[in-house]
Ligand binder design. Structure first.
Ligand SMILES: Cc1cc2nc3c(=O)[nH]c(=O)nc-3n(C[C@H](O)[C@H](O)[C@H](O)COP(=O)(O)OP(=O)(O)OC[C@H]3O[C@@H](n4cnc5c(N)ncnc54)[C@H](O)[C@@H]3O)c2cc1C
Length: 296
């Protein structure tokens, strides 16, 4: 998300400063949008980025505890930088939520930068490969030119300008939805691989007529009837993800030519698939788990 946001939302001048260090892990970044008080309702975010005309800087601030950034992946321990979504304020006007590049840790000692408080949100039920953090900012200053300004900008007089179509910001958020859609079949297939292998190796009860061997778990109809629908769903999801990936690539290509015509249909497909696929995935994984006996 960090790299993708730079690629899509930052200007050419910002690309020249941030892309190479990011590719070589000299800048390790996170995508800091969600706050304790607001997740789905992005327009309700409360973190502020107020332009200071005296120094030509933005002052990033967490006005209350609800505005603390909460959940960003890798923020708690691993990141040096964050793309922070905050309300742009200039000359008393609010220009809505915009993205800003903020250095959050000192590259020499990895301590939080002055005015930045960081932490880990704590243990989660799953997804342990990712730590999720929180951040509170107290009057953190960044140069005016560190607002990601390919599509919106604040000029040296503090005037806000829209350079392109603001829907591009939503296009970046759609990427995560696409990743969740594509991740579903991968995780479900992984669980099924374990469960099916277990079921064709493990035997319980001598119930096969004329045989002294015990019956494989998979040869019980009750077992098959639980696994088969999820196997079919995993294949169906895989088949659809390649279609959705191609459509997303085509949408982003067209957007780069200022054509947003695919965005509407893409939004509906991704929203529907995200819910359906993640539902099938978590139910399927739990079904496999429950049907591996104590090993599950
Ligand atoms: C593992 C993990 C990683 C994350 N990584 C990041 C990250 O890197 N960066 C980042 O910025 N954020 C991240 N997030 C935050 C994530 O984007 C938010 O959790 C998400 O946007 C939902 O916001 P919320 O948790 O505040 O839920 P809320 O907005 O409070 O919603 C709670 C529930 O209310 C219901 N609801 C809400 N609005 C409506 C509505 N309009 N209609 C009907 N029902 C509704 C839904 O059931 C929803 O699930 C992460 C979250 C998790 C769990």
């Amino acid at each position: 998300m960090f790299m993708y946001s730079i690629e899509k939302l930052a200007s050419d001048e910002q690309h020249s400063r941030w892309l190479e260090p990011t590719k070589h892990f000299n800048m390790i970044g996170c995508y800091a949008q969600t706050e304790l008080g607001h997740g789905s309702n992005v327009a309700g975010l409360e973190t502020t980025a107020t332009w200071d005309p005296k120094t030509d800087e933005f002052v990033l601030h967490t006005p209350n505890i609800k505005a603390a950034k909460f959940w960003p992946g890798d923020m708690g321990h691993f990141c040096s930088h964050a793309i922070v979504f905050a309300r742009l304020r200039s000359k008393g006007k609010d220009y809505g939520v915009q993205p800003f590049m903020v250095q959050i840790r000192d590259l020499n000692n990895w301590e939080p930068m002055p005015g930045v408080e960081l932490g880990d949100v704590g243990a989660k039920y799953g997804y342990h490969s990712k730590e999720n953090g929180f951040m509170v900012m107290n009057q953190v200053r960044i140069p005016r030119n560190d607002m990601l300004n390919r599509f919106t900008n604040l000029d040296k007089d503090g005037e806000f300008e829209v350079i392109g179509d603001l829907r591009i910001i939503y296009g970046v958020m759609m990427l995560i939805r696409l990743q969740i859609v594509c991740g579903g079949p991968m995780y479900l297939a992984g669980a099924l691989k374990i469960g099916v292998r277990y079921a064709v190796c493990r035997r319980q009860f001598k119930t096969m007529h004329g045989s002294k061997q015990e019956r494989k778990l998979m040869d019980y109809q009750s077992h098959m009837v639980k696994f088969a629908p999820y196997l079919a769903k995993a294949y169906a999801m895989y088949a659809n993800t390649s279609y959705v990936k191609d459509l997303f690539t085509e949408m982003m290509k067209r957007i780069s030519q200022d054509d947003f015509s695919l965005m509407d249909v893409m939004h509906h497909i991704l929203s529907g698939f995200k819910v359906t696929f993640s539902d099938w995935t978590h139910l399927g994984i739990d079904c496999v788990r429950q049907n591996c006996g104590g090993a599950g």
